[in-house]
Design a binder for this molecule. Sequence first.
Ligand SMILES: [Fe+2]
Length: 300
Amino acid sequence: MPTVSRPSLSRRQLLKGGLAWLASAWATSPREARAGGTPRSGAADYTRCALLSDTHIAEDPDNRFRGFYPYRNLREISAQLEDRLPDRVIITGDLARLKGQTGAYENFKTLLAPLAEKRPIHLGLGNHDDREHFFRTFTAPIGSGLTIENKHVVVAEAGPVRLIVLDTLFRVNIGTGELGQPQRGWLEAFLQTCDERPTILFLHHTPDSDLLDTRPLFEILRPLHKVKAVVYGHSHRFGFSQIAGIHLVNLPATGFNFSGSQPVGWVEARLTAQGGELTLHTIGGNRNLEGHTHRLSWRA
Ligand SMILES: [Fe+2]
């Protein structure tokens, strides 16, 4: 079993570090998750999540690529999220532009701070992130970010579903990604012991191209029917597919696309115990699918 540490912070440290942001940036531990976590207030038969990826915030707010300004894009999306507050936000990595500079995370944090005071924001890491710099900005994991042999993993109960954010950052600014055996071992053990709540995994790398351990990952997931979907980014493409009945959701980038045929934006997900309704919100690129809802049914 990999080592799972759960650092604790004093009340003074919490206040010094900014309780609202920290408390919302990291979720509950597996032990807490099994105890039930915090259900959505009111009717808990669904949860609304905002799914973002590849924000690519640079140290320079005016950084521009392919005609897009990632900083301005995230500012616009953050305003949209404030207007229609989801229950929580998940961002699947490549938070930073290229090499995960500390200044990029400071900009990222500033852009999302107002939203983080209102809703949990769960952050994954991608190949353009730097784990060490990330933790300089977001401080130590607060009783919930799990350290699994140099990986950052988050588990959150979200009403009728469980969300697990995995870490596929392999080397900074190298395109390929990897979960690694310790993280896969932890994931398998956790999935075998947690309750049967429908579970959705989030990671950065596209399983069918740049993830080195896609095959062993799906060998774990295939027989565990509580796993319903895997959500990721990396390709800067928007699309849906399946492996063995497990839905694969490729999120568009918020920062920029690599092709004019692709949207730039985010996805609003309404998740229940039976399935999900995923609606595309575009702010640039190909906007033909603006407002389109894709419906998923979970495998039995
Ligand atoms: Fe990216």
